[in-house]
Design a protein around this ligand. Structure first.
Ligand SMILES: NC(=O)C1=CN([C@@H]2O[C@H](COP(=O)(O)OP(=O)(O)OC[C@H]3O[C@@H](n4cnc5c(N)ncnc54)[C@H](OP(=O)(O)O)[C@@H]3O)[C@@H](O)[C@H]2O)C=CC1
Ligand SMILES: O=C(CO)COP(=O)(O)O
Ligand SMILES: [Zn+2]
Length: 330
């Protein structure tokens, strides 16, 4: 197996000023920037720029030697996808810390996600990230607490289905989440943005090492992907973020794990407290969904992809409603 991890990971105030030096070190001379309308202001370079939502209509010239994704999850994901398709390196320049796509080798524009290549460099400017909308930084916590249930699900799949499992990747991923939860619950959050971005980068690297999103995506992500599917299917006007949905999913899925393992007692309450502390949503109402949509998402989540989790062969409507009620989500 070939494991590709970033050659440069710069996480500091003013990091974006090192972009040109990094490109020079990598001998990259002609990159294309992929960004969004809110994040274009950070692209003060003399390279060509394209908006991620216009890429399909753009004529991408093949002389680019690399792609730089500057922005939130969609800009990074689209840039990563394009680089993968063109077979050129990808440089990740997150302007916020809303999910672990910053560093992961995964493209998750559509489900099921697929393995592309990890960024060759990550340049995370903590000054820019700190100024990004608070809501995005709260969502990032949801994508990190997810690692707890993702790892529990992964181990379950190993025990019940003999799935390939890596204890080292699992411990790495779980520890990242535990450390951030502990920091959030026991601090004044002054360093939250910087700890969060480091955690998300670590989580993306755990995915690269495992060569699977297993360490960071389990039943809580299936629930989030199910919500995305229902948003599309019913044309719902809900603008909940990936990390926000995953956070709420983690509360419910950790409760299911607790019921099967006494040693986990209190886990979902702790996760809920950590999400509340950073003002991330913990209920259907805060996410913007009707109760029935939450219940429906719980009943279809196991069918989203072929991934064995605590949902096993699926929840009935009654079981789903009970789970959402008992965890205070509805
Ligand atoms: N590959 C992977 O492993 C993963 C990928 N993802 C991807 O991430 C996506 C979700 O990403 P997410 O970040 O939650 O949502 P978006 O990418 O939709 O970003 C949300 C909004 O935040 C704005 N924004 C970002 N940074 C700033 C900033 N510094 N200042 C002001 N506005 C800012 C964006 O602006 P703008 O309009 O300019 O983009 C956008 O309007 C998913 O759809 C999926 O494609 C998610 C998880 C894992
Ligand atoms: O969001 C992810 C990890 O945080 C990617 O996981 P998926 O494989 O579920 O898309
Ligand atoms: Zn995620």
């Amino acid at each position: 197996m070939i494991i590709i991890t970033p050659r440069y990971t710069i996480i500091e105030d003013g990091a974006i000023n090192k972009l040109e030096e990094v490109l020079k070190n990598l001998n990259l001379k002609n990159p294309l920037i992929v960004t969004g309308r809110n994040t274009k202001k950070y692209c003060k370079f003399s390279y060509d720029i394209v908006y991620y939502d216009e890429i399909l209509n753009s004529q991408i010239r093949f002389e680019y030697d690399s792609i730089i994704g500057v922005g939130g999850g969609k800009a990074i994901d689209t840039g990563k996808y394009l680089a993968y398709k063109l077979g050129i390196p990808f440089i990740s320049v997150p302007t916020t810390a809303s999910n672990d796509g910053i560093a992961s080798p995964i493209v998750s524009i559509k489900q099921p996600s697929f393995m592309a290549s990890a960024p060759i460099a990550i340049i995370a400017d903590t000054e820019i990230i700190k100024k990004s909308p608070k809501r995005l930084l709260s969502a990032g916590m949801g994508d990190i607490v997810s690692n707890i249930t993702a790892v529990l699900d992964w181990k379950l799949a190993y025990k019940e289905k003999g799935e390939r499992y890596s204890e080292s990747s699992a411990i790495f991923s779980k520890t990242i989440a535990k450390e951030l939860i502990s920091y959030v619950l026991n601090s004044d959050l002054l360093e939250y943005h910087s700890k969060l971005v480091k955690a998300l980068v670590g989580s993306g690297i755990a995915i690269a090492i495992a060569n699977s999103s297993r360490p960071a995506s389990g039943s809580e992500h299936l629930f989030s992907h199910a919500l995305d599917r229902l948003k599309e299917e019913y044309n719902l006007n809900v603008n909940s973020l990936h990390g926000e949905q995953c956070g709420v999913g983690t509360i419910m899925m950790s409760y299911l794990h607790e019921k099967e393992n006494k040693k986990l007692s209190g886990l979902h309450e702790k996760i809920k407290m950590s999400l509340k502390k950073v003002n991330a949503p913990t209920t259907a109402k805060e996410l913007g969904f009707d109760e029935d949509i939450i219940v429906e998402a719980l009943t279809i989540a196991h069918k989203i992809r072929d991934r064995w989790t605590i949902l096993r062969t699926g929840l009935s409507r009654e079981e789903a409603r009970k789970l959402a009620e008992e965890t205070g989500v509805i």
